[in-house]
Structures are given as C-alpha cells and as structure tokens.
Design a protein around this ligand. Structure first.
Ligand code: HEC
Ligand code: HEC
Length: 347
C-alpha cells in the first residue's frame, strides 16, 4: 500500500518535472451559451480607484493589463497586450472578462488534481498567450493584475447591489491572489444569494459564447479567403500585425510576435468564438459562424512560437498536452506538419 502510494506520488509529481516549470495553466474554459438574463455588469470608472497603497496596486494592474508591452523582454515575449484578447480593458462580457474570471478562482482541476488560484491563472496567460516567462507569485506584477481584477469585479457588484457609495474593501496581497471562489471570500449579500444559485464559476458573460458547430470541418483554405477580405487590412498579409514607429498598433495573429502553441487562442473553437463576436473590430458581428470557424482554422494552421512544454518530440508533446483539443498542433495541413518549428532560443 505504502509502495503504491509512493508510486502514485511519483506519478502525480511527474508532469511537473516534465514541464520544467511550465505547468498547464491554460486549461479550456467551457464556452457558455448566451444567457437570456444578461448579468449587465459594469465596472466602476477608473477615476474611482482610491488613493493609497491598495489603489496604487489597482492602477498598476490596469496599466500592465492595457500596456503589457512595458514588460517586453522581462516577462513578455511577443507584441501583445492582455487587453488585445480580453477586450475593453478586461470588462467585455464573453471576451473572457476579468471580473467573471476573478470570481471563478481558486478552481479545482480534475485533470491533474490540483487547485489553481487566480494568480496562477494570470501566470498561465503570461507563459502562453504572451509567450513569456510569468512573473513569480507575490511579485508586484501578479499582485497588481490580481488587484485590478478584484477591484473591477467588486466595484461592479457593489454598484449592482445598490451599494454604489461603498468603497471596494481592501484585501491583503495573499487574499488578492487567491480569487473570489474561496469560502472565505465575502460578497455583498444580494449578489451572494444570486450567485449561490448559479455558482461563482458560471457568471453569465464568463469566457466565450458558444458558436453553432460548423457544418463541415473548418477549412484553412476557405479561411484564407475570409482573412484576405476581412482581416489582412489590420492584421497584415502575413498575420504580423501592424506597427507605427516600432510600436504595435494592430496585434499579430501568427508568427514570432503572436501567442504560442500553448495559448487558449490556438484552439480553433476558442478563436472562432472570439472572432465571431469581436472581429473585424468595430464592425462585429459581420461574419457568419462558418466564416468564423474557417478563418480561425486558417490563422491557427500558421506557424507561431513553440509550446513552452515542447519536449523535443512533436508527437509526444501534442499527445501529452493537446489531446482532444480542436487544434492543428502536430497535425499535417496541406502536406506541412504544423508546430514543427524549433523553439525560439530566446524569449
Ligand atoms: C479594423 C481593424 C481590424 C480588423 C479588420 C480585424 N481586427 Fe482583429 N483585432 C484588431 C485589434 C485592434 C485587436 C486588439 C483589440 C484591443 O486591443 O482592444 C484585434 C484582436 C484580434 C485577435 C486577438 C489578439 C491576437 O493578436 O491574437 C484576434 C484573434 C483577431 N483580432 C482576429 C481577427 C480576424 C480573424 C479578423 C478578420 C475576420 C480581424 N481580426 C479583423 C483589429 C482588427
Ligand atoms: C492571445 C490572446 C490572449 C492574451 C494576449 C491574453 N489572454 Fe488571457 N485568456 C485568453 C483566452 C483564450 C482565455 C480562455 C482560456 C481558455 O479557454 O483556454 C484566457 C483566460 C484568462 C484568464 C482566466 C479566465 C477565466 O474565466 O477563467 C485570466 C485571468 C487571464 N486570461 C488573464 C490574462 C492576463 C493577465 C493577460 C496578460 C498578461 C492575458 N490574459 C493575455 C487569451 C488571451
């Protein structure tokens, strides 16, 4: 028995070692069907962020979220900012909004039998979506982004429950990083009751909205035509984005400056949901669901930075981390193996 337990412990510990400090924190958030009863969440104005230590962290978190490029070279390896995918500074419903995310952590993950705190989930997006090396837990950056997310969530909920004049309670750094799905986390009473019924992890607006399944398998070839017609003007003929004076103006969709193969956006379904709802920017909703599926397949069949969990063998890595995903990593498209690119030497 003891031996068996010992073996189990080794087995459970193994994925951690294999991933060399890059655990899989970008597990899929299940898309929700659009709620009939909108949660009509609205964040407080930034000008209401309080003075003092706590407010400084919230402000810093906001700045990092919208201009993550200030961390380029230290924690960020591509040209993206968090808000490129989490639209409206992280407030937009069904664009993986921060307020709904904050309420959902800590989250238990059956897959590897562990609990992720909010801060750990933030680290996940640094490692994959930002193709970087996440700042440590308790670092000023992770605390600040947690503080901004908490502040947005709490301020909005207080307003919703007729407590518009109540300041957002200040939390310690440890509490901030934990997230709002902990028993110890108190919510305004009317909201607590409402969320009791639906569950803190299922707030309407969390993650992305489901899209009708495609009628035929999503086609990169068809998607290319959609891309040329609707997307290239902003995101560039080669998905490289556009820059002005060296600074990114339109984010890259593939290539060195984009998200890596471990990011949630590399999944065709996740990208299709995001694109259908939000792109072309300023003109949504313009595409049919079929076009969204096809263009998502197109951009996600292009090369991008290697999955940081890559272990030297594409088939093994695909099997270990991409099993059951709707993605092209490790598959062959038009005679070319996708994801075969060597890992970048620096990032
Ligand atoms: C008018 C310019 C414009 C057009 C056209 C446009 N986008 Fe975007 N796209 C943007 C901007 C700007 C952002 C970042 C949004 C932000 O930061 O608020 C973005 C973000 C994205 C993102 C997430 C960030 C990233 O780099 O991965 C994806 C994916 C995306 N667009 C795909 C598309 C697709 C597919 C099309 C065509 C159907 C399209 N876009 C058309 C401007 C545009
Ligand atoms: C390329 C697009 C992209 C960028 C850039 C990005 N994210 Fe994400 N993020 C996602 C997607 C997609 C998900 C949904 C996760 C999934 O289903 O895989 C997500 C999920 C999250 C979640 C959890 C949401 C939930 O409801 O569970 C948090 C928190 C988060 N991101 C924070 C950040 C932060 C902080 C940054 C910047 C450091 C960032 N993200 C940059 C695409 C992005």
């Amino acid at each position: 028995m003891t031996l068996l337990r010992g073996l189990m412990a080794v087995w459970l510990a193994f994925p951690w070692q294999a991933m060399a400090g890059q655990p899989d924190m970008s597990v899929e958030v299940q898309a929700q069907s659009r709620s009939d009863i909108p949660f009509d969440f609205e964040p407080r104005k930034l000008t209401s962020i309080p003075k003092g230590d706590f407010g400084d962290k919230v402000r810093r978190g906001y700045e990092l979220f919208v201009n993550t490029q200030q961390l380029k070279g230290s924690y960020v390896g591509n040209q993206l900012n968090c808000t490129n995918c989490h639209l409206s500074n992280g407030a937009k419903a069904y664009s993986a909004p921060l307020w709904a995310a904050y309420l959902a952590y800590p989250a238990f993950r059956a897959k590897d039998n562990r609990v992720d705190t909010f801060a750990e989930r933030v680290q996940g997006c640094f490692n994959y979506s930002m193709n970087g090396k996440a700042p440590a837990l308790n670092s000023p950056e992770v605390v600040a982004i947690s503080a901004y997310s908490y502040w947005m969530m709490m301020g909005g909920l207080l307003d919703k429950s007729g407590m518009a004049n109540t300041p957002v309670p200040e939390l310690t750094d440890t509490q901030l990083q934990l997230g709002g799905n902990d028993k110890s986390f108190a919510l305004p009473e009317p909201i607590a009751q409402k969320l009791e019924a639906i569950g803190r992890q299922n707030v309407p607006g969390r993650g992305f909205a489901t899209l009708p399944a495609p009628q035929s398998p999503p086609s990169p070839d068809q998607g290319r035509l959609v891309y040329i017609q609707y997307c290239a003007v902003c995101h560039g003929a080669k998905g490289e984005g556009t820059k002005m004076g060296g600074a990114p103006v339109m984010p890259a969709l593939w290539g060195d400056d984009s998200y890596n193969w471990g990011a949630g956006m590399h999944r065709i379904n996740t990208a299709a949901q995001f694109i259908f709802e939000n792109m072309p920017l300023g003109k949504s909703v313009q595409l049919t669901p079929g076009q969204a599926w096809d263009v998502a397949a197109y951009i996600n069949s292009q090369e991008r930075p290697q999955d940081p969990r890559f272990n030297g063998n594409l088939a093994h890595t695909a099997d270990a981390f991409h099993h059951g995903e709707q993605c092209f990593y490790g598959r062959t498209v038009d005679g070319v193996i996708v994801g075969a690119r060597a890992p970048a030497l620096t990032n």
